[in-house]
Design a protein around this ligand. Structure first.
Ligand SMILES: Nc1nc2c(ncn2[C@@H]2O[C@H](COP(=O)(O)OP(=O)(O)O)[C@@H](O)[C@H]2O)c(=O)[nH]1
Ligand SMILES: [Mg+2]
Length: 342
């Protein structure tokens, strides 16, 4: 079985293993190569990830999500600096083609990013994947697995926005920082329940602007609406920052650390619960991708082609109930065929 829809590659076992050794030794060139394979949906990536998986699971994964322009990249830049000051190694995956990391837009932060670029304890990757099946979330999961297996102690995932895709992306994070900025006014109402749900820490960035208190009040209001919190429940903290100046960054880091400690406190099952949730999410999305590809293959292979089938349905010379059942049987055949091939 390869990446869904991909042909199976047959590569020397020893070669694959020695490549894996290089990745787990933290060799940046090997890691970068694997991430490229993932981004290209190369079937080899699938086989490599299968072998790499047991080596991952040690990194602290931190999600940073928020509207474009809210200052996520600037904050991530600061987080890198803060973690490096603690002697922690840091990897960043920016799921944002316009991010300064990807060499898209040229921002002032770029200068500092270059400092990190020469630091062997920092590894920054961007993901360009667009329009692939399950693209964003899937490639991000896979890339995080690589960075984790490479041995980075902190893996930061920066998303482009706050849509459904982004929420999916940060589901793999142990701690999710949601970045907001003052002056959103009634827009805060537009913050979807999904965002409230994924936030472990709120960061009100651009605290040098007017309306910070108002924004914090609005967030508190939303939290209250979401219901009272139990005595030992995590009360999602709100940290104010001015990212370009690094104001509040220490508190942000401290809060993330506190969240990790809270999750993993002795006797607490929260960390385990979140780990299980993440695995369930990854498992389902992988299986779903696979099924979707098989479904499209089966549909394309229907007698006379998919268009002819649609013609018949429109003419009501057949019905979708019968055809859907037939299609599912065809999907099973497609999957059996793949099994034999492997
Ligand atoms: N005034 C002010 N500007 C900021 C702050 N944080 C970021 N910016 C600026 O906002 C713009 C967008 O920042 P960026 O980090 O690229 O946002 P992203 O799209 O969320 O990654 C840049 O010009 C930053 O310099 C802040 O705290 N205050
Ligand atoms: Mg950005």
């Amino acid at each position: 079985m390869g990446y869904p829809g991909a042909m199976c590659a047959s590569v020397d076992d020893a070669k694959l293993n020695s490549f894996i050794e290089r990745v787990t030794a933290g060799e940046q060139r090997a890691g970068a190569r694997l991430i490229r394979l993932i981004d290209d949906r190369d079937p080899l990536a699938f086989e490599l990830l299968q072998r790499l998986y047991p080596h991952a699971g040690n990194a602290q994964i931190i999600g940073v999500t928020g509207n474009p322009g809210s200052g996520k990249s600037t904050l991530v830049d600061q987080l890198i600096g803060a973690y490096r000051a603690q002697d922690k190694t840091v990897a960043v995956v920016a799921v944002d083609p316009s991010s300064p990391f990807s060499g898209g837009a040229i921002l002032g932060d770029r200068i500092r990013m270059r400092d990190h670029a020469t630091d062997p304890g920092v590894f920054i990757r961007s993901l360009a994947t667009r329009g692939h099946l399950g693209g964003l979330s899937r490639s991000t999961n896979d890339t995080v697995t690589v960075l984790d297996a490479m041995g980075y102690e902190r893996v930061i995932v920066e998303t482009v926005g706050v849509g459904q895709d982004e929420i999916e992306v940060v589901k793999i994070a142990e701690t999710s920082i949601v970045v907001l900025v003052p002056g959103m006014g009634d827009d805060i109402q537009a913050i979807k329940a999904g965002i409230l749900e994924i936030a472990d820490v709120f960061c009100v960035n651009k605290a040098d602007r007017d309306g910070v208190d108002r924004t914090i009040k609005d967030i508190r209001g939303l939290q209250l609406l979401a219901g009272p919190i139990a005595q030992d429940e995590w009360e999602v903290p709100i940290v104010r920052t001015i990212a370009p100046q690094g104001v509040g960054v220490d508190r942000l880091v401290e809060t993330v650390t506190r969240h990790r400690a809270y999750m993993a406190a002795p006797g607490s099952t929260l960390k385990e619960a979140r780990d299980r949730e993440r695995e369930a999410h990854v498992l389902r999305s992988l299986a779903r991708d696979h099924l979707t590809v098989a479904l499209e293959t089966a549909l394309a292979a229907t007698e006379g082609g998919a268009e002819a089938l649609l013609d018949k349905l429109v003419a009501r010379s057949t019905d979708p109930y019968t055809e859907a059942a037939r299609l599912v049987s065809a999907v099973v055949e497609v999957l059996r065929g793949e099994e034999k091939e492997a």
